[in-house]
Design a binder for this molecule. Structure first.
Ligand SMILES: [Zn+2]
Length: 263
């Protein structure tokens, strides 16, 4: 089994525009993929991916409920394949109320992009959100960008320490753009997992293996960051690391299954 814990989807009418915006933010071309659900399903089938976390993050407060409703509708249309990770914008007034509503809609987690959303992940406005999520909903956060101070190890560590019952998946091996420093500062937190998305393209195989071993195979999850990358290309990069079969099983599905159960 293969579970991809990091994919982005957009309503068909918005997909192409959203992809252009994200490409510009990172100066990366997104291989001409839109962020449509149908495209993700096709590419996942081609790659042999069985299940996926789908997510979207609101870039203004008004989008919060619309995004969560869109994800819930996508879950209903494709039962048994997707885990939905919704969003609560930092300016949304009733954060605990929206967490309850998301759980009622079948969403399992929350996606946060502190750099694109423009809110440090340790901002006090988010405490009510984290408190409502503790023990009930997983946080998948984009982490790391040397251009900002919103999702780097100091901000992430403050969240992990202040909310020890909050399970966090730090995307991109914990510190996009400064991977080695990430593992040095972050390995060992009991409530922290990382995904390996949007990282293996940028670091040497030796370094990638060192970082994965630094976190430990029980802490690393496979993610593609679709539509940034094709699931198949990210899988090939992971396979090229020549990890042991046991390590691959943990990264490809065992850890995700332990965290998320069945969709
Ligand atoms: Zn993401």
């Amino acid at each position: 089994m293969i579970i991809d814990v990091h994919t982005h989807v957009f309503p068909d009418a918005l997909g192409e525009r959203a992809v252009v915006g994200i490409s510009r933010f990172y100066g990366l071309s997104m291989q001409e993929h839109d962020g449509k659900v149908s495209t993700l399903l096709r590419l996942a089938r081609e790659a042999g991916v069985d299940r996926m976390v789908i997510c979207a993050a609101a870039t203004n407060a008004h989008q919060t409920t619309h995004v969560n409703d869109f994800l819930a509708q996508t879950l209903r249309e494709h039962p048994g394949i997707f885990y939905g990770f919704g969003t609560v914008h930092h300016d949304w007034p009733d954060k605990a109320g929206e967490v309850d509503r998301m759980l009622g809609l079948g969403l399992r987690g929350l996606k946060m992009h502190p750099d694109i959303q423009g809110c440090p992940m340790d901002d006090p406005r988010l405490d009510a959100l984290y408190e409502a999520m503790e023990g009930r909903m997983i946080l998948l956060a984009h982490t790391g960008d040397v251009r900002y101070h919103n999702s780097n190890p100091p901000q992430l560590k403050r969240v992990l320490e202040k909310h020890p019952r909050l399970t966090v998946i730090a995307a991109h091996l914990g510190f996009w753009s400064n991977w080695e420093q990430g593992v040095g500062e972050l390995a060992g937190y009991g409530n922290l997992y990382v995904d390996c998305s949007s990282s293996l393209y940028a670091i040497s195989r030796e370094k990638a293996v060192e970082i994965i071993h630094g976190y430990g195979m029980e802490r690393v999850l496979f993610g593609s960051d679709f539509p940034m990358w094709e699931p198949k290309a990210e899988l090939e990069r992971l396979e090229a690391l020549n990890l042991t079969p046991d390590e691959m099983d943990h990264i490809l599905y065992k850890n995700a299954l332990a965290l998320l159960g069945d969709p």
